[in-house]
Design a binder for this molecule. Structure first.
Ligand code: ADP
Ligand code: MG
Length: 703
C-alpha cells in the first residue's frame, strides 16, 4: 500500500480509492477497470450539459437540458388502455415556452409537492410528445427563495457502465483519479514532443482532462461528434496502437521459418495452357507476387482481395500448384460445407487431368471415408486437401504441408488465423498462408483489421462481363416479376430465383424454397423449374446444378447456397426475395452470379413493406453501383465494422474512442506516425500497444 506522501502508482489497484470495496472492485473488472490508469482510459461515450439553465423556448428534442420552470397545472390521469395505470402530469413553463413533465412512478409526498405554483429545477432528456415537448421522469429539485442546486462547472461525462456500476460511481472514480494523478499526467505521454509538434496534436494530459471534464464553454456539437481535437488525439493514439500491434504481428511472423518453394513452374504453365481463357493482367500480376512470396523462407501471409467474379479461385489454385510441384502439399479451407464442396469439385475438375490426387475432409464424413482421407493426407499421396475447419483437427496429420489457402477470410479473426498457422507447423517451419476475401473490404477496415497481412488486389474483371442492371420492387409486384421471368425463359435465358433467410432456421428456409418452387411451377408450367438448397444430398445438388448448367432447367429456385462459386454464363436474370434483410456484401455476392455472359443481365431485388429509411438507402446503393469496393465502403458506413466483417460476436476491432468510419481521415497520419515511432522510439511502441490493447496482444505470440 502506498504511503500518502508517495506518488500513487498508475498500476495501483482501484480498491485503494474511496467508494471501491472488494465487491465493487469485482464489478469494475467487467469494464476492464482494475488500476488507476484503467480509470483514465475508460473514456466517456457522450456528455450532458448541466452547466447552464436553458430557456424552454429554445429546447431541441433529442438533447438533455437543465431548465428552471414553474408548474402551471398538475393532474393525475390514467393511461388509456391501462387498467389502473396512473400518471402524474405537470404542465410547466418558464416564460419562454411550455413543456410537460411526465411521471409514472410517484409517491404521496411528490404528489403534494408538485402542484401549481411550485418552482423546479429539472434535468432530463427532452423529446417530442403528442402535443408538446416532454421530459419523462426528470431529475428535479425544488427552488426555494432563489436557492437551488448548483450548476456544474464542466459538461457531465456519460461513461460506458454495467450492472452494479453507476454513472455516479464512475464520475467519482474519475474525479479522484484525475486529482490524484494530476502531477503525473504529463508522464503518461507516450508520443514524443517532435511528433506532437509535427502532427499538431494536443498533449495527452490536456486531452484526457478535456474528455473527462470538458469545460462549460466547449463546443458540445464537436464533442458529440467525437471531433474535438482532444478526442481526435486519443482516437489517433488508439488507432496508432492498433496499427502498431498488427505491424508487430507481421514482424513476429517474419521470424518464423517457412519452406522456400523451388520449382520450374511446369505444372503451373501446363494448367494455364489448359484453361479455356487467358489470365487477366491483374491475375498475372498477383500470381507473380505470390510466386515471389513462396520462394522466400519466411511464411507468406497475404490477403487477396478482388471483386466478385474477378477470378480469385484460379489464382489460389495456381499457388497450390506451386507448392505441389515443389514436392509439398497444399490445403484449401472454406468456412462452410457448401463452399468447401464447391472448391473441391472445382479442384478435381482442374487438377485430376494433371494426375493429381485430392483429399476431401468435412465434419460430415463417415468414419470409414474419414480414415481413408486421413491416410491419403498423412502418406502424402494427396497433393491437395480441401475442406472445412475439420482440416485442423488434431488427428489430421499432413505429410508435408507448405501452403494453406483460406477462402472467405472475413469470417475469421486474427486469432484464428494464427491458430491455424500453428496447427500446420512442423519441424521444417510454418506453412505459407494465402487468404481470399469473398468481397472487397474498405481500405480503412483492411488497414485496421488486416494490418498483419500483406495485401494484393485483383482489380480487373475478365473481359466480356456486362454490368448487371438492378431493379428494386415491392413484393406486391410479384405478378409482374413472374411475367418477366416467363418472358426471359421464352427468350431462352436462364433465371435464378433466390429465397433468402426469413427465419433464422435453415429448415424453414429450405421449406420456403420448396414452396416457392411449387408455386412457380404452377404459374410457369411450360418450363422446367429446379430446386437447390442446403439440406439436399450433395449428389442431388450436383445433379440439379449440372442440369441447370446444361440448360435442361430454365429457372432455378435456390436458397443462398448459390451465393458462392456457381457459374452459369447463360443465366441473366436473378430475383432475390427479402432483399432488405441481407447485407450489401451478400447481395453483391449473389448478384455476381449473373452478368457472366455477353447478354445484358438484370437483378430484381424484392422487398417486403414497410421499408425502413436505412433499408431503402441500402437497396438504393445496390441500384446505383456494381463496384464491390464502393458497396463495401457504403455498407461500412451504414452497418459498422462488426457487421461488415461478419465478426460482430468475436469482438474483433472493438475500439474505445476511435471510429474507423468517422476517423478514416486519420489513417494516413497513423501510418506515417507508426513508421516514425518504430524507427526512432521502439520502447514507446510497446507501451502504446500495452496501453490500448492490453493482453489482447498476446495472441500474436502463440508458438
Ligand atoms: P471470384 O473472384 O468471385 O472467386 P471465381 O474465381 O469464382 O471468382 O471466377 C469467376 C468465373 O470467372 C469462373 O467461372 C472462372 O472460371 C472465370 N474466370 C476466371 N478467370 C478468368 C479469366 N481470366 N477470363 C475469363 N474467365 C475467367
Ligand atoms: Mg470465390
Amino acid at each position: 500500500m502506498a504511503k500518502p506522501s508517495e506518488k500513487p502508482a498508475l498500476s495501483q489497484s482501484i480498491t485503494t480509492l474511496k467508494g471501491v470495496g472488494p465487491r465493487v472492485g469485482e464489478k469494475l473488472k467487467n469494464l476492464k477497470i482494475e488500476t488507476l490508469q484503467d480509470v483514465l482510459f475508460h473514456l466517456p461515450l457522450r456528455y450532458e450539459d448541466r452547466t447552464r439553465v436553458q430557456p424552454v423556448g429554445g429546447l431541441q428534442p433529442g438533447h438533455s437540458a437543465v431548465i428552471d420552470v414553474e408548474i402551471n397545472h398538475a393532474e393525475i390521469v390514467f393511461t388509456r388502455k391501462g387498467r389502473s395505470r396512473r400518471m402524474l402530469l405537470c404542465h410547466v413553463s418558464d416564460g419562454t415556452g411550455h413543456l410537460l413533465l411526465r411521471f409514472f412512478y410517484f409517491n404521496k409526498t411528490q404528489q403534494q409537492q408538485l402542484t401549481a405554483g411550485t418552482r423546479l429545477r429539472c434535468f432530463g432528456d427532452v423529446r417530442l410528445g403528442a402535443s408538446s415537448l416532454e421530459i419523462t421522469h426528470p431529475e428535479y429539485s425544488l427552488i426555494h427563495n432563489q436557492q437551488t442546486t448548483s450548476l456544474e462547472n464542466n459538461l457531465t461525462p456519460v461513461y460506458p457502465a454495467c450492472d452494479g456500476v453507476s454513472q455516479f460511481l464512475l464520475r467519482r472514480l474519475s474525479d479522484q483519479v484525475l486529482a490524484l494523478l494530476d502531477n503525473q499526467l504529463a508522464e503518461l505521454e507516450l508520443l514524443p514532443d517532435m511528433v506532437l509538434k509535427k502532427f499538431a496534436l494536443p498533449s495527452l494530459k490536456q486531452s484526457l482532462k478535456t474528455v473527462h471534464r470538458p469545460a462549460a464553454d466547449i463546443d458540445l456539437n464537436l464533442m458529440d461528434q467525437g471531433l474535438h481535437p482532444a478526442q481526435q488525439r486519443l482516437a489517433m493514439e488508439e488507432l496508432l496502437a492498433q496499427h502498431l500491434s498488427l505491424q508487430d504481428l507481421r514482424k513476429n511472423n517474419r521470424r518464423h521459418q517457412a519452406i522456400a518453394l523451388q520449382s520450374d513452374n511446369q505444372l503451373q504453365n501446363q494448367f494455364i495452357k489448359s484453361l479455356p481463357f487467358k489470365l487477366t493482367g491483374a491475375q498475372q500480376k498477383v500470381q507473380q507476387i505470390i510466386l515471389a512470396d513462396l520462394k522466400k523462407n519466411q511464411p507468406m501471409m497475404r490477403l487477396i482481395q478482388g471483386d466478385v467474379g474477378s477470378g480469385k479461385t484460379i489464382v489460389a489454385i495456381l499457388a497450390c500448384l506451386k507448392a505441389i510441384e515443389a514436392g509439398y502439399q497444399a490445403a484449401i479451407m472454406a468456412p462452410t460445407e457448401i463452399l468447401a464442396e464447391q472448391h473441391f469439385n472445382f479442384a478435381c475438375q482442374c487438377l485430376q487431368p494433371l494426375g493429381l490426387k485430392i483429399a476431401w475432409l468435412s465434419g460430415k464424413l463417415k468414419s470409414k471415408q474419414r480414415r481413408e482421407m486421413l491416410q491419403l493426407i498423412a502418406s502424402g499421396e494427396a497433393s491437395l486437401v480441401v475442406g472445412t475447419h475439420a482440416l485442423f483437427q488434431d488427428e489430421v496429420v499432413f505429410h508435408r504441408l507448405a501452403l494453406i489457402v483460406i477462402d472467405e477470410q472475413h469470417r475469421f479473426g486474427v486469432h484464428q488465423r494464427l491458430a491455424l498457422r500453428n496447427k500446420g507447423a512442423d519441424k521444417t517451419g510454418v506453412p505459407h498462408q494465402l487468404i481470399m476475401t469473398a468481397t472487397p473490404i474498405p481500405r480503412s477496415l483492411a488497414m485496421t483489421a488486416y494490418g498483419d497481412l500483406e495485401h494484393s488486389i485483383i482489380d480487373e474483371l475478365p473481359p466480356g462481363r456486362t454490368p448487371v442492371k438492378t431493379i428494386v420492387l415491392s413484393e406486391d409486384r410479384r405478378g409482374d416479376v413472374i411475367e418477366r421471368v416467363q418472358q426471359a425463359c421464352r427468350e431462352n435465358k436462364q433465371v435464378y430465383w433466390v429465397c433468402t433467410l426469413v427465419e433464422e432456421s435453415e429448415a424453414l428456409q429450405c421449406q420456403a424454397a420448396e414452396d416457392t418452387q411449387k408455386l412457380l411451377q404452377q404459374a410457369l408450367s411450360e418450363f422446367t423449374i429446379g430446386l437447390v438448397h442446403g439440406r439436399m444430398k450433395p449428389a442431388e445438388k450436383q445433379q440439379v446444378m449440372g442440369d441447370f448448367k446444361q440448360g435442361k432447367i430454365q429457372l432455378l429456385v435456390a436458397t443462398t447456397v448459390i451465393e458462392v462459386g456457381v457459374d452459369v454464363p447463360n443465366a441473366s436474370l436473378m430475383i432475390i426475395e427479402n432483399a432488405e434483410r441481407l447485407g450489401l456484401s451478400q447481395l453483391h455476392q449473389l448478384r455476381g452470379r449473373v452478368g457472366r455472359g455477353s447478354q445484358a443481365s438484370h437483378c430484381v431485388l424484392m422487398y417486403k413493406k414497410p421499408l425502413s429509411q436505412q433499408a431503402k438507402a441500402r437497396l438504393a446503393i445496390m441500384r446505383e453501383t456494381n463496384d464491390g469496393f464502393e458497396i463495401s465502403r457504403r455498407d461500412l458506413q451504414i452497418r459498422g465494422p462488426g457487421e461488415v466483417l461478419g465478426t460482430k460476436q468475436t469482438g474483433l476491432l472493438q475500439l474505445r474512442i476511435a471510429d474507423i468510419v468517422r476517423d478514416e481521415h486519420l489513417l494516413d497520419e497513423v501510418k506515417q506516425l507508426g513508421e516514425v515511432l518504430q524507427q526512432q522510439y521502439p520502447r514507446q511502441v510497446k507501451a502504446l500497444i500495452r496501453r490500448w490493447l492490453g493482453d489482447a496482444q498476446q495472441y500474436g505470440h502463440i508458438g
